[in-house]
Design a protein around this ligand. Structure first.
Ligand SMILES: Nc1ncnc2c1ncn2[C@@H]1O[C@H](COP(=O)(O)OP(=O)(O)OP(=O)(O)O)[C@@H](O)[C@H]1O
Ligand SMILES: [Mg+2]
Length: 331
């Protein structure tokens, strides 16, 4: 990799907060999209906002970037107040919006040059194209790019001013798995060069893989903030045992058979929490082997046939469900 993106902003990973958000509130009429958001982002970390559709991720990001005005609260970015020193903030940040309308008729390198001309200092274009894997496409018109290439161009545009802090709003939504991995690699490289990256996503696997810390958001609030591993561990259940109970499928919600089965499942050794997701029953436990063997025994003793039994580690999705009673994916 070249130096173009590291520029003069390569810094020590000193853990200092480069973004401080305090009590941010944003209302749209009677609706409150952000109700008192507070957190700090440390220098050099990848910080993720994870939450379902409408959680307030874009609203929060855009208040930090100075694109939306909060009703109350403060945002300090690299020591500058976004509400009173926005020009200074703009010099040190790079922003990729959730829906960027690019100039379809322009060629890739033309649009990068145009964006670079907005700043007093910009990075050399060639290494930027190489980093974003767009060199072969530099003379193509934007309208001919694939979804993944467009996203990489949007990130390239966020990097032209060699920002120390980069904001990416759902950078991989709508991309196929290969294009997502390519973007993950690019984000990891930016981090390795000392950039601070704040991104939003509703993919738990992405948040877990990329982020040093994750801020779980729901309905305009921060519901948890920690490293992905700590979030999962704090649930006190690191594993899940899942299966279907075919004999109960189609039975009404409060039928005696179903209630009897739920009581049985609760009583299985080591079960911390029981979830029913459609036809699936999920036993959360931190004693996998004990729970698994006791469940098989219980099922046999009560002549309850299970199907599609599987075990897995708990995920951020489980954490979200645990805290809100809802799935990230349902929105
Ligand atoms: N300009 C606006 N006017 C009115 N309501 C808005 C406006 N912008 C956002 N909202 C509402 O605020 C809430 C939060 O929206 P926001 O875009 O921040 O969510 P998000 O977490 O980014 O969701 P997504 O994952 O779908 O991008 C939503 O209910 C949305 O409808
Ligand atoms: Mg959004």
């Amino acid at each position: 990799m070249n130096d173009a993106l590291s520029g003069n902003e390569r810094r020590q990973n000193d853990q200092a907060a480069v973004i401080r958000v305090e009590g941010l509130v944003k209302r749209y009429g009677a609706f409150t999209a952000a109700s008192g958001i507070s957190f700090e982002v440390r220098r050099g970390e990848v910080f993720g906002l994870l939450g379902p559709n409408g959680a307030g991720k874009t609203t929060t990001l855009e208040m930090i970037e100075g694109l939306r005005r909060p009703d109350s609260g403060t945002v300090i970015v690299a020591g500058y107040d976004t509400q009173t020193e926005l020009k200074k903030v703009k010099m040190v940040i790079g922003v990729q919006l959730q829906s960027t309308s690019l100039f379809d008729q322009l060629k890739v390198q033309e649009i990068i040059r145009m964006y670079a001309s907005f700043y007093p200092n910009s990075v050399p274009i060639r290494p930027l194209l190489q980093d974003m894997i767009l060199e072969e496409k530099k003379n193509d018109r934007v309208k001919h790019l694939s979804g993944g290439q467009r996203q990489r161009l949007a990130i390239a545009l966020a990097l032209v001013n060699d920002p120390q802090i980069i904001f990416l709003d759902e950078p991989t939504t709508g991309l196929d798995p290969g294009a997502r991995r390519t973007l993950w690699d690019i984000i990891a490289k930016l981090k390795a060069r000392g950039k601070t990256i704040m991104l939003s996503t509703h993919y738990m696997d992405e948040a877990h893989y990329l982020c040093d810390r994750v801020c779980l958001m729901d309905r305009g609030r921060v519901i948890a903030l920690d490293t992905p591993d700590h979030l999962v561990r704090n649930m006190r259940s690191d594993s899940a045992v899942e299966f279907r109970l075919p004999s109960l499928e189609g039975a009404p919600e409060n039928s005696p058979e179903k209630e009897q089965a739920l009581r049985l499942l609760q009583s299985v050794s080591g079960v911390k929490q029981l979830e029913v997701r459609g036809e699936w029953y999920v036993l959360y436990t931190d004693r996998m082997q004990e729970t698994l063997t006791n469940w098989i025994e219980t099922a046999r003793e009560n002549s309850l046939a299970f199907a599609d039994l599987r075990t897995r580690s708990a995920t951020l999705e489980d954490v979200f469900l645990h805290m809100t009673g809802r799935s990230l994916r349902e929105g």
